[in-house]
Design a protein around this ligand. Structure first.
Ligand SMILES: [Cu+2]
Length: 175
């Protein structure tokens, strides 16, 4: 409805339903309407219950971790990239090695099988937050070993600490 039509509707209601001279009665009052009041209580409870159920179900699936993982990868998120330390193999790689793409992120899918899965930053962390994208590739063991060997050959042994911290890169200080 346009603003003019809304105003006309309001003014019509004000004029048509105004209190007439000599009419001292109240309009019909909606009080102690038990079915309505029960609905006001039950409906929000159902809505909250449904939201709670799905949130709990998905958070439990997302946050569940194994005590004996097949592979330990330490992931460090920072403004505005990611570092990955392959703790079992003693090598690392960093998103800072390639320029940020700035391409829009793709909805992440839980990596339960072989494939490529989009990852992105879940905290609005600053200027280049939207460029904090990475790809999780779930690959067969041989392909993983070849990648680890390539990292080792490239000299990326050990583990990254704050080596690629943004403030170091920008200002050159040790913070
Ligand atoms: Cu971010």
């Amino acid at each position: 409805m346009r603003a003019g039509a809304r105003l006309a509707a309001v003014l019509t209601a004000v004029v048509v339903y105004r209190r007439r001279a000599g009419d001292e009665t109240l309009p019909v009052q909606l009080r102690y309407h038990v079915p309505l009041e029960v609905m006001y209580v039950i409906l929000p409870l159902i809505m909250v219950g449904v939201l709670y159920y799905y949130t709990q179900r998905d958070m439990a699936a997302i946050e569940s971790t194994s005590q004996t993982p097949d592979l330990k990868i330490q992931v460090i998120g920072k403004q505005w990239s990611w570092d990955f330390n392959y703790l079992d193999d003693g090598v690392w790689e960093s998103g800072n090695q390639t320029p940020l793409s700035g391409k829009p992120g793709v909805e992440a899918t839980a990596p339960e099988k072989v494939g490529s899965y989009a990852g992105k930053c879940a905290e609005l962390c600053g200027e280049f937050h939207s460029e904090m994208l990475f790809t999780v590739k779930v690959v067969p063991r041989a392909e993983h070993d070849a990648h680890i060997a390539a990292l080792r050959a490239a000299g990326r042994t050990g583990a990254l600490g704050v080596d690629y911290n943004r403030r170091q890169v920008v200002t050159g200080d040790a913070g």
